[in-house]
Design a protein around this ligand. Structure first.
Ligand code: ATP
Ligand code: MG
Length: 460
């Protein structure tokens, strides 16, 4: 069906394509998108707005994904109604956002995001109305509430593939920016001048990577070219927005491919400076650990298991920990205190880049603390650890470290076996550790015991 659609379209291959004053209209027979594939609530919102006399369409990712045969993750609506007018139509609507004001219409757990058609900002700063529009001297748009026509709205969207509108009433797709052409060619292409569009909103660089990875598209060369040069612009983006973006980048099922692209386009360092430094210092170990964490995460998402930012951030920051702790030790802190302080510093620094909420930094610390505790298994310690709600994450993290080549003296295997066996066998395993093994180093002075060095890396 998609093939048929594409055959019906002309394919201008010029790079700079003039904006279409009137859209290319694809009738129902020319595309493979069906009304039934769309959330009923979203269709309901569009119909209600249309009945009230407004223009309203499904827009953005849902149209793009459905044309590609992908199930959309959510449904966005674009309308000529202002957020206040949307709220007046729906009892279950709330207005959110200051930088970008829009209405959320709530249906139980489903939220339909309804955005008012927007226009580009006036080129002449004098004309800017500070209530609606504000721009930083770099060109960054600080407030984006200048309303406009549907055509204006299409031109100020980020990528051509995201500027497609679907009307569920007549089942037509409206294409103002040659988005269907780029879907066919599997290309992520910014609308307008790439440098200017990235300066207006540097997060678009991350979005380019995200869509390229998610859809397995190439980034069109002119849209790719400015990214490395402008990567540092991300430093000026609020940390809370970057955290949200990092989650979408790395926890959407294409984490590994996204990571490779972020590194390729030099966007990883502005997001994770300490990790980037660790990757530079020890690319083999740090690279293996991070890639393996992302492979595991992608696999969990594929099979429908839950994933948490706490584990991912624990893995991303872990390679930066030893150097930081060593520096503090060199300043005279004892080993354990240095490690604790290094962990604290690293997490706070990372939060200044990507504001990781407390509900994730607390378990992150627990996963790391667990790495200190897992080797100490004497007496009742092993059983207490096993009952710890964070045990599973700590154990998984230990296996991850081992898979990246960290030497732990067979600790992962020991814990794997310990979980599988009976109580009496567990007692035997603990006894087999011997009295010295697994206990924290004591400061008490004691004559060294005379015994041959163990051959199996420390386990006896
Ligand atoms: P997905 O929901 O699959 O992540 P999406 O394309 O729907 O992808 P959203 O973040 O939901 O992405 O945004 C909805 C639409 O709003 C986009 O398709 C795009 O048209 C527009 N948009 C979002 N963010 C920006 C931005 N920073 N600059 C310009 N347009 C944007
Ligand atoms: Mg969306």
């Amino acid at each position: 069906m998609l093939k048929k659609l594409f055959q019906t379209l002309r394919s201008p291959l010029r790079r700079v394509r003039p904006a279409r004053p009137t859209p290319q209209v694809l009738a129902a027979s020319q595309h493979n998108l069906h009304r039934e594939q769309i959330s009923r609530n979203a269709v309901g919102v569009v119909e209600r707005l249309q009945q009230a006399g407004y223009q309203a369409y499904l827009v953005g990712g849902c149209v793009r994904d459905l044309l590609l045969g992908i199930t959309p993750k959510d449904f966005d609506v674009a309308t000529s109604a202002t957020p206040e007018q949307v709220r007046a139509e729906f009892r279950n609507a709330r207005i959110i956002g200051r930088r970008f004001k829009l209405a959320h219409v709530h249906f139980g757990r489903e939220i339909i995001e309804v955005a008012t058609f927007r226009a580009h900002h006036p080129a002449d700063e004098e004309q800017e109305d500070n209530n609606q529009s504000a721009r930083h001297e770099s060109g960054r748009i600080l407030r984006d509430n200048v309303y406009g026509s549907q055509e204006d709205d299409a031109q100020r969207r980020d990528f051509t593939i995201n500027a497609l509108y679907y009307d569920p009433h007549n089942e037509r797709v409206l294409d103002y920016a040659h988005g269907v052409h780029d879907i066919r060619n599997r290309e992520v292409r910014l609308i307008g001048d790439p440098t200017q569009r990235y300066l207006e909103d540097p997060v678009r660089m991350l979005r380019a990577i995200r869509f390229a990875a998610k859809l397995d598209f190439a980034i069109e060369p002119h849209s790719a070219e400015p990214i490395r040069r402008l990567a540092r612009q991300l430093n000026d983006i609020p940390a809370a927005r970057l955290f949200d973006e990092v989650i979408k980048l790395l926890l959407s099922g294409q984490g590994l491919r996204t990571f490779e692209l972020l590194c390729e386009y030099e966007l990883f360092a502005p997001l994770f400076p300490a990790t980037a430094a660790a990757l530079k210092a020890d690319p083999d170990y740090a690279g293996r650990l991070i890639r393996q964490a992302l492979i595991n995460t992608d696999e969990r998402i594929r099979i429908g298991k839950p994933v948490t930012p706490a584990f991912l951030f624990a893995a991303l920051l872990w390679p930066a920990l030893p150097a930081r702790a060593a520096a503090l030790q060199a300043h005279g802190l004892p080993a354990l205190a240095a490690l604790q302080e290094a962990a604290h510093e690293l997490i706070s620094e990372q939060c200044r880049r990507t504001a990781v909420p407390k509900r994730f930094t607390l378990p992150l610390r627990e996963i790391w603390d667990m790495q200190e505790r897992l080797p100490r298994r004497q007496g009742k310690r092993a059983d207490l650890l096993l009952e710890n709600p964070r045990f599973r994450a700590g154990y998984d993290f230990l296996l991850l470290r081992e898979s990246a080549g960290e030497v732990t003296g067979g600790l992962g295997d020991w814990w794997t076996r310990y979980q599988e066996i009976s109580d009496s066998e567990r007692r035997q395993m603990i006894r087999a550790l011997g009295s010295g093994e697994g206990k924290p180093a004591r400061k008490r002075r004691r004559a060294p015991r005379k015994r041959p060095a163990p051959a199996d890396g420390g386990q006896d």
